[in-house]
Design a protein around this ligand. Structure first.
Ligand code: MTE
Length: 585
């Protein structure tokens, strides 16, 4: 098993062992530890989730998930494996869901048993791809090509997916579990599982044991990894988004990094120049530069696009964006210090300290031209709105690439490489790319699309919110509408237009924005419009009015009207007109 695991890991290009970062205050397993103990514990812990570990560990993971869902069901003990009792009468939707979520910890008497070594033999497409999850054995050979996460599924071929799903918890949905059960071919022989076990995360070495606390107002799109946006109604209240309300987009557990242990490696791409290593003080000693920049997730407003046709990805509202003043050292200063020349390479790769289950870090890259341009304002940021970065936003250092999709703004930055090729990370190669509306999961070829860098122009109405009952401000029937607008690539917002009659008449909003030069206008613009709703219009629709907003940037790019024509299977670049239905009373 270990051999198989190692050889699978070897298939992944550019594997590089990573340093672990430790805080001096972390507690684990019930008490404070010193650094050495922590290091040991972390290594053990990370081993548990970066490699398959023992069968018992895997089953405990499964039990951990299943434990909370067992409510309302009877468990019969069939020797060592639990069996779900036949339901008595009709099940409610919630009960059906809870039951479906327990399939993988259920011994199915209608299916044969398989031993671990039988499963291990089915570890590639030629021999068939088998995986186990909890007590279930599944043949996913036919599904592997359609796996939304690409060939990552092969990392679990012939073994358990439990440790992977402990990280990629987006799999823990009814839809996925139902799909998986459709591929069930048997039960794993000799697997032990105690129903209802509530595993203690720290004892299990869960990668989620050290997640930071979050503001209660952040609405999670997923809890593990943590992804959340603030209520959209609050977003346009302040020009600089308060740090604790700034959306969070994590693909992996938040790494624990202490300021003392932090190091950043910079490889210039040429062996003569060697590797430059900077610690936190070294970065802070460089000239400090500040830039106001909005960071927007490539999937912001995906929940609107998915209404046209289902897309895969977290269902973000319009709040996966925030605007902050970032401060740090200029990347161009650091690269020049290393003697990097504009024509020597094409890309700059960034790696974070957050590791996936194969010990690969989160990574992304940007063009070298952007990184070297002093007016590109790329910074190694240690401050957000005058405060040290919080753990969720990349403590102690993240790269800020103004005007560029959030995915390239790598947090917990540990390594920078000047290279001829883009980052080979999953997030650069197989995610955050746009496609034609006609491309589907059968025809998609991620190699043929460019990675998103600068984002397109967009806007959103923050108040009133959908379904709100709105009272006009004056006798003329004006209502006040507020929102944000932003465009990538440093393009300034020059206008925001609003209509309440499907475009028969438009009203121009007032803009609140920073006075920075076009081409370097990286912050968002907030806007306010007073929209007249005539008595006749109100009466005609029984008070129902749909408000539309569209922004125009300094290149006179305008938002497209409909999602239909920009639909793409990953639900990125969702920048059609923002439309909000309200009742004017
Ligand atoms: N950097 C690391 N190391 N790991 C991540 O998961 N997520 C990226 C980017 N940088 C990510 C990362 C994505 S997709 C986005 S949208 C932004 O961080 C979100 O930044 P925020 O969480 O500070 O708002």
């Amino acid at each position: 098993m270990r051999l198989l695991w190692r050889s699978l890991r070897g298939l992944v290009p550019h594997h590089r062992p990573h340093r672990r970062f430790l805080s001096t205050t972390t507690t684990s397993g019930g008490g404070s530890r010193n650094n050495d103990h922590q290091e040991q514990q972390w290594k053990q812990d990370s081993h548990k989730w970066s490699s398959p570990g023992s069968r018992t560990e895997k089953l405990l993971y499964a039990a951990y998930w299943a434990g909370g869902l067992a409510l309302g069901f009877h468990w019969l003990s069939d020797g060592r494996t639990p069996v779900l009792a036949e339901p008595k009468g009709e099940l409610s939707e919630d009960e059906q869901e809870a039951r479906a979520r327990l399939w993988h910890v259920t011994h199915r008497k209608d299916l044969p048993n398989y031993k671990t070594d039988q499963v291990e033999q089915h570890n590639c497409a030629e021999k068939g791809i088998w995986i186990t999850y909890g007590l279930g054995v599944y043949d996913v050979t036919d599904f592997a090509d359609n796996h939304p996460g690409g060939d990552k599924i092969l990392m679990a071929a012939g073994s358990a997916i439990d440790p992977f799903w402990a990280i990629y918890q987006q799999h823990n949905t009814l839809e996925v579990l139902e799909l998986l059960e459709g591929f069930r071919i048997g039960n794993l022989e000799g697997a032990e599982l105690t129903p209802g076990v509530s595993a203690v995360e720290n004892e299990l070495g869960s990668p989620w044991a050290n997640e930071p606390e979050r503001h209660v107002l952040l609405k999670p799109a997923s809890k593990r990894p943590f992804n959340a946006e603030p209520p959209i109604g609050l977003l346009a209240d302040q020009f600089l988004t308060p740090n604790e309300l700034f959306y969070v987009r994590n693909h992996l557990p938040v790494p624990v990094i202490s300021a003392e242990d932090y190091e950043l490696e910079i490889e210039s791409g040429s062996s003569e120049k060697g590797t430059l290593t900077l610690n936190l003080d070294g970065i802070k000693a460089l000239p400090k530069h500040s830039v106001t920049a909005a960071i927007m997730c490539g999937g912001n407003r995906r929940s609107e696009m998915t209404k046209v046709k289902a897309v895969k990805g977290l269902s973000w509202g319009a709040g996966a964006v925030g605007n902050a003043k970032w401060s740090g050292a200029r990347l161009c200063d650091v690269l020049r210090k290393q003697g990097v020349q504009p024509d020597e390479s094409k890309h700059v790769i960034f790696e974070g300290a957050d590791l996936d289950p194969t010990s690969h870090p989160y990574g992304a890259s940007i063009p070298l031209s952007k990184a070297l341009d002093p007016r590109g304002d790329v910074i190694l940021a240690y401050e957000m709105n005058g405060e040290p970065l919080s753990r969720d936003h990349g403590y102690p250092i993240r790269v800020i690439v103004p005007g560029t999709v959030g995915a390239r703004n790598v947090k917990w930055l540990t390594r920078i490489v000047v290279a001829d090729k883009e980052s080979d990370s999953h997030w650069q190669q197989n995610d955050y790319k746009g496609f034609s509306p006609s491309t589907d999961w059968d025809t998609v070829d991620f190699r043929k699309s460019d990675a998103i860098q600068a984002m397109p122009v967009t806007s959103a109405i923050c108040t009133p919110q959908p379904g709100a009952r709105v009272r006009p401000d004056d006798d003329d029937g004006h209502i006040t509408v507020r929102g944000y607008a932003w465009s990538g690539g440093g393009r300034k917002i020059v206008r925001v237009d609003l209509t309440s009659d499907e475009g028969k008449s438009w009203h121009v909003a007032e803009l609140e924005q920073e006075d920075s030069p076009d081409g370097r206008h990286y912050g968002w613009s907030l806007w306010t419009a007073r929209l007249p709703i005539s008595e006749a219009q109100r009466k005609a629709g029984g008070g129902d009015v749909e408000i539309w907003a569209k922004a125009v940037d300094s290149a006179y790019n305008v938002q497209p009207e409909k999602f239909e024509h920009i639909w793409n299977l990953r639900g990125v670049l969702a920048n059609a007109y923002h439309k909000v239905k309200v009742k004017v009373v």
